[in-house]
Design a protein around this ligand. Structure first.
Ligand code: ADP
Length: 489
């Protein structure tokens, strides 16, 4: 046991004999001695001993006074007092004064050594605890100053630490966060949490942070977040993606989507044209027609993609005029549904139904743009129903306006994706949508158009069961049209 202790006694014989006995029984122990309390105090000031052993009865400053001084100077150092035989009162006084233990003369060496070992052990543990406390304080101070939001969730998902950056990014103060489940303070956390990569050790680069959306007080935050597990739970570190970063990401996504979307029709056009040009194979008229059809269809798709991109960019730059008109929803919806039925005539597995409520007031908005929105929603409903089913378009009055809903029985949309699909160029992983092509601009354009008509486009969906997209439009300012009979067209 490598420890350093101080032995204080005015009895020179004891100061000679006791250290020898201790060294024999305690390996590596280092023992200083003092014959007076004054000398001892000097040493104690200089050295942080693991334990101090002092006689109580000494000329000049006695042991109890020395004990008081030690308690002042080195409150953590355990002090053993040596009392004369039968001096119970002094022993009790020593314990009251904060002594760790006492031994009586003649000294029972076994007891003395055992007690001293315990004292040294205690001091060692004390030091370790103190060091850990300092390290923790240091870590906490570091956490207070990092730019990343850091929070700790215990095994029950309750917030146990919430640093100032977490407050700055989310706007949630520590007293609102601490002691409460993450799911309560971060709306959408339950859906987001399983997506966050969690490392088992904090090695750099061991997991890639995931970008997830969280809606806080009505504003959407995009956080880049990852976690590390440790014995008490999971520590999450996150940063908010600035608008620039989010734009950068969108740009990257845009380029990837556009080049992917362009490549497929281009390949079809190129392949068909090349085949038509070949002289080594004989093509009959029917073959030629088929190849020309492919070229025509795929070129049309290319131009649709270009149109979408241009349209979205016009919407963004404000170069966009909205005709302020009243809409005759009934006629418009019937027309659109007819058109879509014709368009998807080949899809025998799909039926497109229209239900219009008996009483319907005219709504405000631009009929051409609403037509575009409905075509897009019905087109999606069919596209994302690869196994067929009913597509129901319903129009009904609703709190100061009218709701047009397009319901399908298709693949549905996971709850986390539901907010994201309205983003520009956002497409659910093609693996999940069974590879249906698109630009990811359709819903963005729809939502913008509806918003400009003072309306709202929303979605509700059950993954695997189907989706319902709803357009809520306000009523036209004055006059109502005569109610018609309820009908299913
Ligand atoms: P696109 O269809 O061109 O990819 P949209 O903006 O119209 O782009 O839609 C974005 C994403 O939303 C689609 O990629 C698809 O994953 C999802 N989505 C849209 N409508 C539906 C629907 N009715 N059912 C299931 N998923 C849909």
């Amino acid at each position: 046991m490598s420890a350093r202790i101080l032995l204080v006694d005015d009895d020179a014989a004891l100061l000679d004999a006791l250290p020898e006995a201790l060294r024999l029984r305690m390996n590596g122990i280092q023992i200083d001695t003092s014959e007076t309390a004054i000398d001892a105090l000097e040493r104690i000031r200089e050295t942080d001993y693991d334990a101090i052993v002092s006689d109580i009865k000494m000329p000049g400053m006695d042991g109890l006074t020395l004990l008081r001084e030690i308690r002042e100077l080195r409150p953590a150092t355990p002090t053993l007092m040596i009392t004369g035989h039968g001096e119970r009162d002094l022993a009790v006084q020593a314990l009251r004064g904060g002594a760790y233990d006492f031994v009586q003369k003649p000294i029972d060496r076994d007891y003395f050594v055992a007690s001293l070992k315990r004292a040294i052990q205690l001091r060692r543990l004390d030091r370790e605890v103190e060091q850990q406390r300092l390290a923790l304080e240091r870590h906490a101070r570091v956490l207070e100053h990092v730019d990343d939001g850091v929070f700790l969730l215990d095994d029950a998902g309750v917030v146990q630490h919430w640093n100032p950056a977490a407050q700055a990014i989310t706007g949630i103060a520590p007293d609102r966060a601490l002691g409460r489940p993450a799911a309560e303070i971060l709306p959408g956390w339950e859906a987001v949490a399983p997506l966050i990569p969690i490392a088992t050790a904090p090695t750099p680069g061991s997991v890639e942070a995931k970008v997830v959306p969280l809606e806080l007080d009505g504003r959407e935050l995009w956080l880049s977040i990852s976690g590390v597990t440790f014995s008490d739970g999971v520590v999450y570190a996150f940063r908010s993606l600035t608008e620039e970063r989010a734009l950068e990401e969108l740009k990257g996504e845009f380029i990837a989507t556009v080049s992917h979307e362009l490549r497929t029709p281009l390949a079809a056009v190129y392949g068909s044209a090349q085949t038509l040009l070949r002289e080594d194979i004989d093509l009959d008229e029917a073959d030629k027609k088929r190849l020309l059809d492919v070229i025509a269809q795929e070129s049309e798709r290319l131009s649709r993609i270009a149109d979408d991109i241009l349209y979205a960019s016009n919407l963004d730059s404000g170069q966009f005029a909205l005709g302020e008109k009243r809409i005759d929803l009934r006629a418009l919806a019937q027309d659109v549904v007819e058109e879509m039925r014709a368009c998807f005539a080949a899809r025998q597995d799909i039926s497109i139904e229209l239900t219009i409520s008996a009483v319907l007031d005219p709504v405000a908005g631009d009929p051409d743009k609403l037509r575009q929105v409905l075509i897009n929603l019905i087109d999606n409903a069919v596209k994302y129903s690869p196994d067929g089913g009913r597509v129901e378009v319903a129009i009904e009055p609703r709190e100061g306006g009218v709701r047009i809903s397009v319901r399908d029985e298709g693949i549905g949309i996971a709850s986390l994706e539901q907010r994201r699909i309205f983003g520009k160029f956002y497409r659910v992983d093609p693996g999940l949508t069974r590879g249906v092509g698109g630009t990811g601009l359709g819903l963005y354009i729809c939502r913008e158009l509806v918003r400009r008509m003072e309306g709202r486009l929303s979605v509700s969906s059950d993954e695997g069961k189907g989706s319902t997209f709803s357009v809520d439009l306000p009523l036209a300012a004055a006059g109502t049209e005569a109610a018609a009979v309820a009908q299913t067209v």
